[in-house]
Ligand binder design. Sequence first.
Ligand code: FEO
Ligand code: CA
Ligand code: CA
Ligand code: CA
Length: 624
Amino acid sequence: MDNTETLSFDDFDELVNPRLLEPEFDEVVERAISRRGFLGGALALGSVTALASATLPTGAHAEGSRFGFEAIKTSTEDKVTVPAGFKAEVVARWGDPLFSDTPAFDPATRGTAATQARAFGDNTDGMEVFSHAGRSLLVVNNEYTNRSIIWGNLSDGPDADAVSKGMMAHGVTVVELAEGEDGWQIVKDSPYNRRITPQTEMRLTGPAAGHALMRTEADPSGTKALGTWNNCGNGVTPWGTYLACEENFNGYFSAADEAHKVSDALKRYSVSSKDWGYQWATVDARFDVAKHPNEPNRAGYVVEIDPTDSTSTPKKRTALGRFKHENAECVVNNDGRLVIYMGDDERGEFLYRYVSDNVYASGVDTDDLMENGTLYAAKFYDTGAGAWLELTEATTGMSKAEICIHTRQAASKVGATTMDRPEWVAANPNAAELYCALTNNKNRGLKPNAGGDLTPVGGPNPREANKYGQILRWKPNGSDHTAEGFAWDLYVMAGNPEVHQDANKGSDNLSAGNMFNAPDGLSFDDSGLLWIQTDGNYSNEGDFAGQGNNQMLAGDPVTGEIRRFLTGPKECEVTGLSWSADRRTMFVGIQHPGERGGSQWPDGNDVPRSAIIAVRREDGARIA
Ligand code: FEO
Ligand code: CA
Ligand code: CA
Ligand code: CA
């Protein structure tokens, strides 16, 4: 195994694309001048003050606690823990067959490329259970695979089939689930079952489709891409389709000639001559960036999938921009326009909003709603006000297609606020109010982002070298999701009050009893509780002493109270949340258990497997 195995995606990106420690002084001056130009200097500041008028909800909720469970302690055990009165059972694991012609997962061989292509993918992430024609259809992202696990039985390293098996473990799984005597199970051979992989044909849609930067030797039209990979969080459209969000797509490209230099535009996305260790270019030449420099321009999008038709062609929605998409939270505004909130998860990157031109109503062309609209990037002010900065030809000097391909560069041009790694965004079903997990950022105040934008301490990113993360909240002015302005605050600052007395102890709603680090997955339930999932440091030592394994908590958005609900097995991340139609089952994803070799979950052997679990109440009652 090479030494990139243990690096996080962000650390790998910095290895291949080192940040300058100090930006050149000239660069600072140049940036300041160009920003004044775009914002209109003092005039812009005046309008910003006017935006500060919106107010956030304050004060405690008279009705008291709305949690239907007692908080649990942190855990370092190699199992899932839930509160008294609840049970958690495994539903689907990496390698479980979707079809009866495919053998059961064999921990000795860990499958082949052919069996993996017809089995549940690896490292479960964003997901949704759709109710369709009386059936429960789970659509789930399979973000990546741990090479030390999937290839751990190969003493001579991976051959071509093992490389392809790794590729087939990526993508999206669509599988019907049914609840029986033994709990929830996969329905083998369901007509809805499907694997979408990095080789599945997709259609590129929206402003970037067909642009010169999207054309390749295999696809001179620039409209037909193959596959999706590194799908992190997800979204659900009002019309019942699934959105898979492509995140660290760059780490799969390489060049046979390691000295090959990529363009600056690719460098902004940390594409380089070296991949993260997957070796895909050895089995599919389109991943050789020296030979096919436009191929990476065809990844980094939001992909729309129709779960009700296993023959449908997924659509890459370029109108939603190209970056390291975390999730895509869809809201129908009061006027009917579709608004999608999206984070770009990399140190010092931005938070985005998409607003459709036309309105959603029954019978409208939903393709249009995700092809014709405007992107915005968020600007935050220390006053508690914020503004959405439009990304247009006038504000960026770039064409619409270029904005959709080089979205990061466009947001840098308008001077959007560099953030502490925006992960999931969740919309409160009871209020025009959004939450975003800013997971952490060890470079805050110390290093610029990949494009050289400064990352000053302040606003919603208030701690230098931010170790613990925070959850940002904002409220659109006038409860209008298309408004320019909003008011923001922090819902919680994570920290460790047992170890620190300064800002690293966290905000007042954090205590020794509910502490955590690195909030990541966020999702509201129907009752309006905010579920918080973590992807943090599980060492249980030093700054993280007492915090145990990764976990899931629930937060009351009104009172600010937060309670721990679930703890995961060793070395896992808890990510992805969905519900059965009757709300008696909560489906939760357990990703990368034993990523450092320290877990035997869930099968009690040395091949840990990412899995989805079903959490139910022992009395069978509805959870939320
Ligand atoms: Fe795949 Fe931002 O986590
Ligand atoms: Ca995530
Ligand atoms: Ca994360
Ligand atoms: Ca992850």
